[in-house]
Design a protein around this ligand. Structure first.
Ligand SMILES: Cc1ncc(COP(=O)(O)O)c(C=O)c1O
Length: 317
């Protein structure tokens, strides 16, 4: 067989191979056929809401919670949702079903919903006259990229950029313009891939990290910043339930940077990786990694999702 005839086995890891089927403004198309106007307000201004849901064993994980959050983010932005929750659910499952044939049994995907306000109508032109732009796209989630982080943990460092203590953009909305998160992340890049920003407000109260919520363990208590100060992460919401199930005392209250000197464990939560232990926080080492509470919650998460996430990250696809 010549090289041209040999059909490469498609792996979910191979993002470069096109042909992932997406929903784009009413059509199902290969994602390389999506054309976004250079005047789309999502592109020009970050004027959009989005969600990232992942699958476990090809089933979307808590899609219902993600779509509720998408609709409340749109409401905050005053973008009229162009589709109902039922329609979004059906379309998401359709997009997923169209992409499943290219996945191996060990592969999973992230499904991104992105809804922008539509095309920029010009300066002082007021409301766009076009409908919102709607995208639902799939990408592989490669658990292997997190394998060393599950085992050795990540480092959190507070960047120089601080957030307003109150009165800024609503942190509970998952909006597209996240420049303060991007800048905090960029500040960490020279320190290595395993160093993430730990954001704090101008008064020194911790908020979250990039694309993740933060938790701290102090004695037998689990601490996390209060609901009003952070994005209501789907993983955070689940972890808070699981923590109660394993009889941890949970406190959702302001956590000052100074208080981090007295913590025993820390971890972050986010859709793609679920839970990652923290080995160092603002120059203070935390041992062991992962700590016992982090391990217990990781195991509880695995039971809930039906997948041992740490083991899966070590298993070649
Ligand atoms: C700012 C922020 N906090 C927390 C999270 C974690 O949320 P989830 O668990 O729903 O992925 C995200 C996810 O992107 C985020 O952007």
């Amino acid at each position: 067989m010549s090289r041209a005839q040999r059909k490469p086995k498609r792996s979910a890891r191979d993002v470069s191979v096109g042909g992932w089927i997406a929903y784009w403004n009413g059509r199902l198309v290969p994602d390389e056929e999506i054309h976004i106007s250079p005047w789309d307000r999502g592109f020009v201004l970050g004027d959009a809401a989005y969600e990232v849901t992942r699958t476990y064993r090809h089933v979307p994980f808590h899609l219902d919670w993600h779509l509720d959050r998408l609709l409340s983010s749109l409401q905050y932005l005053q973008i009229d949702p162009p589709l109902t929750k039922e329609q979004l659910t059906d379309l998401t499952l359709t997009v997923l079903a169209r992409n499943i044939p290219r996945l191996g049994s060990q592969d999973d995907v992230s499904i991104t919903h992105r809804i922008t306000r539509g095309v920029f109508a010009g300066l002082f032109a007021g409301r766009p006259t076009t409908p919102p732009t709607v995208l639902i796209i799939c990408r592989p989630v490669t658990s292997a990229q997190f394998a060393t982080f599950y085992q050795s943990g990540i480092e959190l460092k507070t960047p120089s950029l601080r957030l307003p203590a109150a009165g800024g953009i609503e942190p509970r909305a998952k909006t597209q313009s996240r420049l303060h998160h991007v800048l905090g992340d960029v500040e960490m890049w020279p320190s290595g891939r395993d160093v993430l920003p730990l954001f704090a407000d101008v008064e020194g109260y911790v908020t979250e990290s990039v694309a993740s919520n933060v938790f701290f363990v102090k004695g037998n208590r689990l601490l996390t910043p209060p609901d009003h100060a952070v994005l209501g992460g789907v993983t955070r919401r689940l972890l808070l339930q699981l923590a109660e199930e394993i009889h941890l005392e949970v406190l959702r209250r302001p956590v000052h940077l100074a208080e981090l000197q007295g913590i025993d464990e820390a971890f972050i939560t986010g859709t793609s990786f679920a839970i990652l232990p923290v080995r160092r926080i603002n120059s203070r080492d935390l041992q062991p990694v992962p700590g016992p509470v982090t391990s217990a919650l990781t195991a509880a998460f695995g039971r809930h999702a039906g997948v041992d996430i740490v083991e899966r990250s070590r298993t070649p696809a």
